[in-house]
Design a protein around this ligand. Structure first.
Ligand SMILES: Cc1cc2nc3c(=O)[nH]c(=O)nc-3n(C[C@H](O)[C@H](O)[C@H](O)COP(=O)(O)OP(=O)(O)OC[C@H]3O[C@@H](n4cnc5c(N)ncnc54)[C@H](O)[C@@H]3O)c2cc1C
Length: 239
């Protein structure tokens, strides 16, 4: 629908964290152009979105062909880590040091307007630019592997079998510095045309949240293995 893309760029005021923290410097390519008031360069707010997300999309070009590949990730301080098989085209390509663009999107709700045109979504998203490098130092690789597990489900790393030497060496880990990044957010009610507010059409927000369903034990679970608290109480939202 044509109108959606336009409405998504409306003037709704964004939620802002009041705590001041370091800003990531804007560059020509990370500068939000449309509705810059929705943009955020606060490092901690960017980290909050990255930490709440589960999946990133990695965009890169090979001989003029763009690829956007969804994958897991982890963050340690000011570095984003992605990992996988040494056979992965994405990892093999990125380790050559080509430019990469990584995005993370959190969908917070559907925005139902009185007109089709002004339907929208509430979201928080991050775009990161840079070049990734191969993690070779054993200690850093280990830390990244821990971050992947803890990013998915905090508390898990300490409980599970640690990776073997073979598993570690058989995994490629790339590190992307979080030095060039932007966040963008939309929240709040729809923004209808003034004349449409009189229409008898329900309008408002349908908040969406990722919530777990009851866990399903592996049929081969060792007898009397308790369900960990971190599974029972799992949730991702920071709000
Ligand atoms: C769930 C969702 C749905 C959306 N739906 C639409 C839609 O239907 N139509 C539409 O036009 N837009 C939509 N957007 C917004 C879209 O992501 C862009 O922000 C928008 O296209 C404006 O781009 P631009 O031309 O101003 O900037 P661009 O020139 O495309 O971007 C300039 C720079 O701004 C930053 N930036 C732009 N967008 C984002 C972002 N979302 N998060 C973090 N940094 C960003 C990046 O650093 C980028 O390089 C949606 C966003 C989300 C998260």
């Amino acid at each position: 629908m044509n109108g959606e893309s336009i409405e998504l760029e409306d003037e709704t005021i964004m939620f802002k964290n009041e705590v001041e923290s370091e800003k990531i410097e804007k560059t020509e390519r990370s500068q939000i152009k449309r509705l810059p008031q929705r943009g955020e360069y606060d490092r901690q707010e960017i980290y909050q979105i990255l930490d709440e997300g589960l999946i990133c999309h990695v965009g890169f070009g090979v001989n003029g062909q763009p690829f956007v590949i969804p994958t897991a990730y982890g963050r340690v301080d000011d570095r984003l880590y992605i990992h996988g098989s040494p056979a992965s085209r994405m990892l093999r390509t990125l380790k050559t040091g080509i430019e990469v663009c990584v995005t993370v999107t959190l969908l917070d709700g559907l925005v139902l307007a009185r007109s089709a045109f002004h339907h929208s979504m509430n979201y928080r998203s991050v775009v990161v630019f840079g070049t990734a490098s191969l993690v070779e130092r054993e200690e850093e690789k280990w830390e990244a592997l821990k971050a992947f597990t803890e990013h998915i489900i905090p508390g898990r790393w300490a409980e599970v079998r640690q990776p073997t030497h073979q598993e570690v060496t058989g995994t490629l880990v790339l590190s992307l510095p979080l030095t060039e990044a932007s966040a963008k957010m939309r929240s709040g009610a729809p923004s209808d045309d003034e004349a449409d507010y009189a229409l008898p059409v329900w309008a408002g927000e349908l908040p969406l949240k990722m919530t777990p369903l009851p866990p399903i034990a592996d049929p081969r679970l060792a007898p009397n293995t308790p369900l960990p608290d971190y599974v029972q109480g799992y949730g991702r939202s920071s709000n």
